[in-house]
Design a protein around this ligand. Structure first.
Ligand code: PLP
Ligand code: COI
Length: 342
């Protein structure tokens, strides 16, 4: 199929409507069959649960063109599982996991010409999401929901080619100890916007959030988990019940251990250890693994490796190996690559 005529290597991370999206509605206790539609708008009551009490959640995954021309997604079963868990926490009706993956397949196939060609560094971002669509006025769950999946072609999340970013420790909290930090609730992102804009206004790319109870441990950013590398090459990643269980992070840990032969520690990471790390990266579907060069701690600068000049070697190697697996250049572990039949 002839691809869209886009400047694939310079897409940035922006929304661009594609041909079709999937829509299914939940009413009277059941999901309907769902269908693909060209309609990219949503009409709902002014009192819909999502508008009044922010009852919404989402997922993010990508479709790639492999070196041998197949279109694949990466571990979609784990996104289906995570959205299932999110829905339970938010009193929303989970969309059945097998049908969730089928719906992803349908939307990607319907937008095949928007899946960026191999070698461009771009991918088709897939955004499944759900919201309370029926009117509510007392504080309670909506009686009706809509589940949708749209796709949009994207390049890198942080503008331009891969270069280290400068982040800052935030004095705001991202997630409460027994709150919703471990699920992908829209409300987590709404409340991170002010800290993010404050960071941008102060000249930083992102925030490092600490645990809100003791403010001594590293949690994550607004949209990615952390990976650190010690001076002797051990990969260290924070473990916390209030961070999102990143699929990219879980995959990178496996890659570090089984492909690169590195030692990995998943544990509480105290902020006071951070200056001792040689490398730091942010990992997620959108971020892939983006190197962090510097961290501002209330006016004191912590520099990782060569700072903003160049990414650390282990972060780069992890990135190359993971993207190599996603693009079919390196053999993937069983079940990681999910081919879409177009
Ligand atoms: N942490 C947060 C808060 C996120 O929004 C994301 C993005 O989904 C991640 C981490 C990374 O998760 P994943 O690797 O599954 O995309
Ligand atoms: C993703 O990585 O898919 C996310 O949902 C995070 C967001 C910052 C785009």
């Amino acid at each position: 199929m002839k691809k869209q005529d886009l400047d694939w290597s310079n897409l940035g991370f922006n929304y661009r409507p594609t041909h079709k999206r999937f829509v299914s509605n939940w009413k009277d206790g059941a999901w309907d069959e769902g269908c693909l539609t060209e309609n990219d708008t949503v009409t709902i009551s002014e009192s819909a649960g999502v508008l009044q009490y922010s009852q919404s959640c989402f997922e993010g995954l990508k479709a790639y063109t492999t070196v041998d021309g197949r279109i694949v997604t990466f571990r979609p079963d784990l996104n289906a599982e995570r959205m299932y868990n999110t829905c339970i926490r938010l009193e929303m009706p989970p969309y059945p996991k097998d049908k969730w993956v089928e719906a992803v397949e349908k939307v990607v196939a319907a937008n095949e010409d928007f899946v960026p060609p191999y070698g461009t560094g771009a991918s088709l971002y897939i955004r499944p999401f759900m919201f309370g669509s029926a009117p509510v006025i007392g504080v309670k769950p909506s009686k009706e929901y809509q589940f949708r999946i749209f796709t949009t072609p994207v390049g890198s999340y942080f503008a331009g080619p891969i270069k280290p970013i400068y982040i800052t420790v935030s004095d705001f909290d991202r997630a409460a100890p027994n709150g919703t930090g471990h699920v992908k609730a829209g409300l987590n992102y709404a409340m991170s916007l002010h800290p993010l804009m404050e960071a941008h206004r102060a000249g930083f790319d992102e925030n490092m959030f600490l645990d809100s109870k003791t403010r001594t441990k590293v949690e994550e950013t607004g949209g990615a988990n952390f990976l650190f590398v010690t001076k002797d090459g051990t990969v260290v990643t924070p473990k916390s019940p209030s961070i999102l269980p990143s699929i990219t992070r879980r995959s990178l840990i496996y890659v570090a251990e089984h492909y690169l032969g590195l030692k990995v520690e998943e544990r509480e990471v105290f902020f006071e250890e951070v200056p001792d790390f040689a490398e730091c990266g942010l990992c997620g579907t959108a971020a892939v693994i983006s190197p962090v060069g510097q961290l501002n701690d209330h006016g004191k600068t912590i520099v990782f490796g060569k700072g903003l000049e160049e990414p650390g070697p282990t972060i780069l190697k992890l990135r190359e190996t993971l993207t190599g697996i996603q693009m079919g250049e390196i053999e993937a572990p069983e079940g990681w690559i999910h081919e879409i039949k177009c």
